[in-house]
Design a protein around this ligand. Structure first.
Ligand code: IMP
Length: 177
């Protein structure tokens, strides 16, 4: 039979909410008069994006794109596919990418390079979580929620084989073989 995943809370929904509010305050200071384009990287960032923009009380635009490097398991396939769904004009815009997690940095690095070629006025990155110990490709995170250890996390948008995105907390997932 399949292996049984074990979950334990790593970041509570209250801790996440406090971080989202802090990040929103930092982002407001920089972008309130700039009509930024916030790009949400699906699927993992949908919950973070929705909560973040609720705290941004100034004009902005949102865009949702897909760019997957992960298969259905816990390890990155390392294969980056093309950016899908980018309809907004990026040239001349103040662009802020909203990510759930930066792990090896391959996905985010690929996306930032792709966007940079479109000549935005500025390009910054907001990530809810960062696993710096796993980095293979250097990525600068301008707005960061949490630095996390090299453990597999689920919940608040993060999945394991498409499961657990709906958990309100971020949990540690361990698979007992
Ligand atoms: P990277 O290209 O290795 O930085 O991987 C980034 C993507 O991998 C994220 O956007 C997530 O979709 C996925 N990912 C990395 N670590 C985790 C994790 O701990 N839980 C769930 N997804 C993860």
């Amino acid at each position: 039979m399949g292996s049984q995943p074990k979950l334990s809370i790593f970041l509570t929904k209250d801790e996440i909410e406090a971080a989202v509010k802090r990040l929103a305050a930092e982002i407001r200071r920089e972008y309130q008069d700039k009509y930024p384009l916030l790009i949400c990287v699906l699927k993992g960032s949908f919950m973070f994006m929705a909560d973040l923009i609720r705290h941004l009380d100034f004009p902005l635009e949102v865009e949702f794109i897909r760019l997957s490097s992960y298969g259905r398991g816990r390890e990155s396939s390392g294969k980056i596919k093309a950016v899908q769904g980018l309809r907004s004009k990026v040239r001349g815009r103040e662009v802020l990418v909203v990510e759930d997690i930066v792990d090896t940095g391959l996905t985010t690095g690929f996306l930032l390079d792709h966007l940079r070629q479109k000549k935005p006025t500025s390009l910054s990155l907001c990530a809810l979580t960062d696993k710096p110990s796993r980095r293979q490709f250097p990525v600068t995170i301008d707005y960061l929620g949490f630095t996390v250890p090299d453990k597999f996390l689920v919940g608040y948008g993060l999945d394991w084989g498409e499961k657990f995105r709906n958990l309100p907390d971020i949990c540690l997932l361990e698979v007992e073989e």
